[in-house]
Design a protein around this ligand. Sequence first.
Ligand code: PEP
Ligand code: MG
Length: 756
Amino acid sequence: MEKEQITKVISSRRLLKKLREVMSADISVQEKLNRIVDVVAFEMQTEVCSFYLLQPGDILELFASFGLKQSALHETSLRLGEGLIGEIAVQKKALSFDDVWHHPSFVFKPETGEKIFRTLMGVPVLQGTHLLGVLAVQTEQPYVYTEEEIETLETVAMLIGQILLSVDFKSRQNTFVKVNKDVRSRIEGVRLMSGMAIGTAFVHARTGRIENLISSNNEVVEQNKLTAALTDMDKALSETLADANISDENAEIFETYRMFTKDKGWIRKMTDYIHAGFTAEGAVQKVADDMTERMSMITDPYLKERIHDFQDLADRLLHHLAGKDTRAKNKDLSENTILVAHSMGPAELLDYKKEKIKGIILEEGSPTMHVVIIAKALNIPVVGGVKGVVDAVLNGDKIALDADNGYVYINPVEDILKDFKKRIESRERIRRKYEKLKNVPCQTKDGVSVSLNINAGLALDMLSLGDGFSDGIGLYRTELPFMSTTQLPDTQKQTEIYSRALLNAAGKPVVFRTLDIGSDKVLPYVQHKSEENPAMGWRSIRITLDRRTLLRQQLRAFIRAVNGGDLYVMFPMITDVDEFVEAKKTLDIELAREKEKGHILPKKVQVGTMLEVPSLIFQLEELLPLVDFLSIGTNDLSQFLFATDRSDPTIWERYDVLSAPMIRTLKWIVELCDTYNVPCSVCGEMAGKPLEAMVLVALGFKKLSMNAASLGPVKAMILSMDTSLVKDYLETILPVPAHSLREKLRLFAIDHDIVI
Ligand code: PEP
Ligand code: MG
C-alpha cells in the first residue's frame, strides 16, 4: 500500500546557524562533514543524508553519512554516472527522484544497509565548474521536495565546497589520504607515466651502509680492488644497455651517466680516501655521501635530480666490490612485478627484466627524472611522490596501481581488485578497437578529411608514427631532449637528435618548434633569474631572440638534419609580428650561411608560428601574408585568454575551453586563416580530447596534433561525426550566455551517436 505523502516545516535559518557553528569548530574535515550530514538529516527531517567525495579515478566515495551504515564509509563507492548519485555528479545539477527503487539507474549497495527509501534528492558540490562531490538526502516515505529545500541543500553544498577549499589543495589531499590509508590502504601520488597495473610488490633496495670503512689491508690491495670493480662495472653496464635495446635518443641519458664512471675527479677522490686508510667500499661510500650532501644543496631541479643517477652508480660499484651481480634479483621477481622504490637511477631499472615490470611506484619522482624517461620509453606506468610507500609495502604485497589518476592500493579488497581488472580489460578492449581504425581514412561522415598528427619530443612518441595512425609530427617539442643532458647540446649533437626524429618519422613531415624554454621548462645551463610570473616572463622566443646564438645553432641543426628534404619550422610564443619577422630573418641568415658553405639546402622551407598569445590574434591580417602555416597552442592561449594559470590545479578548471569566448576566438582565427589560405592546426591539449576535437573539426580545423595516446579516441570521434550537424548546433548555442557549453555538447554528441 502506498504510504501517505508527508508534510514538513523546515527552518533553513536554524539549519544554517548550526552549520556555521560546525564550520567554525576546530575539528578535522572528516568530523565537520560527519556533523554536517547529521545536522542536515535532523533539520530537513530525512532518514538519510550522505556526502560522496569525488576521488581520483572518477569514483564517488561514500565519505560521511547519517542513516547509512558507518562501516560502509570509505568502502562504498560509485563510478561517475553510476546510480542516481552518479547521475547527479555527471549532470552537475540538483535532481530529485520520487520512486528510487524502480528508477532504471538505481544501484543497490547492500553494505550500506539501505532500506526501502522512496525518495532521493541530491545536489552537486562544486568549486567553480569543478565537481568535488555529491550531497544527498533520502526519505522512507513518499515526498516531493520543495524548491526551498533544494535551495537549502544547495547552500549546504556550497558550505561543504568552502570546507574542502579551506585547506589548500595539497593538504586537502593529505587529509583524505590519511583517512583512506587507514581504511583501505590507498595512497595518493602523481602520474609520471600513465597506465594501470595489478601486480606483486618488489621493494627495490640499495646496498646497506658499509660498516668497515677503515682498511686493514694495504693501500695497493684496496686500490686494485677499486680499479677492478670500475672495469667490471663498465663492462656490465655495456651489457645491460645492449640487452635493454634502448633507443638512440634515450641512450644519451646513459652517455651522461657513463661519463660519471670515467670521471677523473670522482676516481681521484675515492683514491684519496684509500690513501687515507679507507677500504675501497668505504671510499666509494664516503665520496657518495659527500657528493649527495653537496648536491642536496643545489636548488636547480634538473641538477638535483641527477643525485639519483649518482647514487645508482655508487651502489652499482659497491655491488661489484662485493662480487655481486646487480641483475641477480631477477630470479626473485614474479611475472607481474610492481617495483617500489625511494628513487632509482636509470640503469637500476634496466637491471630488472623489463617484461616482468608492470609498474613502478616512487617516493620521489618528477617527470624529468631519468628513470621516468626510461620507464616511458619502456611503456611502464609510474606513480611518483608516494610518500611512505617503501615502509608501507612488503615484498609480495598485492598492489593495484592507477597511474592515470596517480594513486596506488596496497593489498586492496576484492571489490577494488575486481574494479581494477574490469578497467584494465576495458582499456585493452578499447585499445584493440582503436587498432582496427588505424588504416581507415580519417574522414567525418559528411566527407571532411582531418589530418591527425602527434606531439612528440621523446623516442617513445615516435613508436606510433609509422603505423598508419598519424600523418606526421605536428609539434616536435625540441626542449625535452635538451632537458635530459647536463649541457647545451652543440649544433652537431642537435643535428643528430633531429635527424633521428626525421628518420623515425619515415618521410612524414616533422614540424620542429624552436626552444620553448622558461616558464615550467628550465634548462640548467640557461641562466634564469627568478620571476614572479614565469609563464609571462622571459621565456621561449623571447629568450632565443635575446640569446640569438641559441636560436641560430638550433636553426642550423634543423637545416642540416633535413639534409635536402623538407623543413618545417615553427616559432613559439610569438607576441607581435615583428618577433616573427626577426625570427624568420634569423632562419634566412642561417640558410644563406649554409648555402655559402656549400652545404645542402632543404628542398622546401615552410615557416610558421604558434598562436598562443592573444595579442597576435589582433595582428593576424598583417601576420598571415608572412607565414606558411599557423598552429594554435590552446594550452597557453586559454591560459592567457582567461587569465588562468595552467599550472595551478585549484584554478585551471574554473573556465572551460568549451565556452563561447574560446570557441569564438578559435572560429575567428580559423576563418581568417581560410581567407588568407594559410593552413591552421591546433596542437594544444584540446586537440586530443574527443569532445573538444568535435568542436574544432566543426569549426573548420583540418589538422590536429596531439599525444599519441589520443589518436585512437579522436579518430573514432571523427569517423562518427557529421560536421554540418555539429556546426549548426554550435551556431544555436553560442549566442546563449553560459559559463560552459560542455554539457550541452556532450548530450548532443550522445544523441547523435558521436563517439566521445
Ligand atoms: C600550448 O601552449 O598549447 C602548446 C602546445 O605548447 P606547450 O604545451 O608546450 O606550452
Ligand atoms: Mg605553449
